[in-house]
Design a protein around this ligand. Structure first.
Ligand SMILES: Nc1ncnc2c1ncn2[C@@H]1O[C@H](COP(=O)(O)OP(=O)(O)OP(=O)(O)O)[C@@H](O)[C@H]1O
Ligand SMILES: [Mg+2]
Length: 112
């Protein structure tokens, strides 16, 4: 099992969710987060003064999926979240040691 963590532009959340639904992804966790990448945010003017706004709003999605689904999930996110501009986001992939459904103690892929 793998955890796919994707940090995307908030405006792409709808399209990414549709793409994930289309390939049958069931469980997902979504959070509103703030962050920056290589450009370290940007400059913004407020009441005539210039501020460095170094943390921009992003959406973080987390899904734990089977190995069989891993590449399809990555492709779906890439296809729906990419504009080709800086700040499109990033996908991180982690190995997952275990999963347990609390209701019935199902384990492993059966718990997803
Ligand atoms: N190495 C990292 N570790 C953790 N979070 C990251 C990392 N890089 C990017 N992020 C998160 O992803 C968001 C989007 O990053 P972003 O797409 O700007 O990456 P980038 O490397 O600067 O690429 P680009 O040049 O395309 O902008 C950041 O705001 C931050 O929340
Ligand atoms: Mg960036």
């Amino acid at each position: 099992m793998f955890k796919i963590e994707a940090i995307i532009q908030p405006s792409k959340l709808g399209a990414v969710r549709e793409a994930l639904k289309a390939i049958g992804v069931e469980g997902i966790t979504i959070a509103e987060v703030r962050g920056h990448g290589r450009q370290k945010g940007h400059k913004e003017v407020y009441r005539g003064r210039e501020y460095i706004v170094d943390l921009l709003p992003k959406i973080r999605l987390e899904m734990v999926v089977t190995e069989a689904r891993r590449e399809d999930v990555i492709e779906a996110i890439l296809g729906a979240a990419r504009t080709g501009k800086i700040g499109d986001g990033k996908i991180f992939v982690y190995n997952v040691e275990g999963a347990i459904r609390i209701r019935n103690a199902d384990r492993g892929e059966a718990a997803l």
